[in-house]
Design a protein around this ligand. Structure first.
Ligand code: UDP
Length: 326
């Protein structure tokens, strides 16, 4: 297949590109490099441009007959979305609509969308399945939910089929060491901990130790990046076979507390580092764990890197390699 990966120079997108290319798909990457890295594109053809630019899209879709589009080009910082919602609605919603309109115009019928657990808001029960009420509590979550609604309407009106992949906590790195997680500034737990372990950071701060969990720290559902990408490939195959749109919550189904992730990182790295307890971060629910039964049943998705240690080992390898490359 010929697949356009929008945001393919970012963390999840670059791993997806590798997996698609190694499965013999023809991959074109569209990325404006606002958050992604050119050297993260190890496979396929990179087009530097913005998904909100109709001229770029017209050229791209006229020159290539794509079978599907995968979209990873969203801003993802919850805190920033509260301070600067315009940035989020512009890129995550308006620009996504420009991309969808180009697909409709050029008759490309299959779309895979990076969505998020943030569309659910404060959990009313856990683990969270696809029927959980959707009440996002920040502009980031709302921007993703708006696109999910848009996709339903585009399916009904234009027959554009989509699959929404709601990630819980993507983590880990390419086990072959070619790719990894790089955000600037970094805000995600696993890379921050490993930067403390490698000495790039003075400490790791735990945002709150007074939650109603076993050890008082927040529990999250960490899924290995390769397993997430595998779910995307399976979803695309299924969508093409059934002709139906779908949405899946993607997680390990197992939660780990911030403290457990820190303990595991200490063990995997063999390093001790400073841990500081600070106050809660606004908008963090105590527990966020996915019920991925639907993805396991309908897609036959079976996460392979489901041990926390394995996820951290791959990320630690990336951190060590990063230091060597510096
Ligand atoms: N967290 C933390 N210290 C940090 C960064 C994150 O204690 O420096 C916690 C955060 O409160 C949450 C978990 O780690 O409970 C995962 O946070 P992350 O930002 O990685 O992902 P999110 O759950 O926000 O998608």
């Amino acid at each position: 297949m010929k697949i356009l990966v929008v945001g393919g120079a970012g963390y999840i997108g670059s791993h997806m590109v590798k997996q698609l290319a190694l499965s013999n798909h023809d991959v074109v990457i569209l990325d404006n490099l606002s958050c992604g890295y050119q050297d993260a594109v190890k496979y396929g053809e990179l087009v530097i441009g913005d998904m909100g630019d109709t001229k770029v899209l017209d050229r791209l879709f006229s020159n290539n007959k794509f079978d599907a589009v995968m979209h990873f080009a969203a801003f993802i910082e919850v805190g920033e979305s509260v301070i600067n919602p315009g940035k989020y609605y512009h890129n995550n919603v308006s620009n996504t609509q420009v991309l969808l309109d180009a697909m409709v115009k050029h008759d490309v019928k299959h779309f895979i969308f990076s969505s998020t657990a943030a569309i659910f808001g404060e959990p009313q029960y856990t683990p969270i399945d696809e029927n959980h009420p959707q009440n996002p509590i920040n502009p980031y979550g709302r921007s993703k939910l708006m696109v999910e609604h848009m996709l339903e309407d585009y399916d009904n009106a234009y027959g554009l089929k989509s699959t929404c992949m709601r990630y819980f906590n993507a983590a880990g790195a390419d086990p072959e060491g070619e790719l990894g997680e790089r955000h600037n500034p970094e805000s995600h737990l696993v890379p921050l901990i490993l930067q403390a372990a490698s000495g790039r950071r003075e400490d790791i701060k735990i945002f709150g130790q007074d939650y109603a969990t076993d050890d008082g720290t927040c529990v999250r559902d960490y899924v290995h990046i390769n397993d997430l990408c595998e779910a995307h490939s399976l979803a695309l195959t299924r969508m093409q076979k059934t002709g139906n749109s779908a949405r899946y919550n993607l997680g390990n189904g197992k939660g780990f507390s911030v403290q457990q992730v820190i303990d595991s990182a200490k063990q995997v790295s063999g390093k001790d580092f400073k841990v500081t307890i600070t106050k809660r971060r606004a908008g963090d629910p105590a527990v966020l764990v996915a019920d991925s039964t639907l993805a396991r049943q309908e897609l036959n998705w079976q996460p392979k890197f489901d041990q926390l240690e394995t996820i951290i080992e791959t990320a630690w390898q990336w951190e060590i390699d990063f230091l060597v490359r510096q």
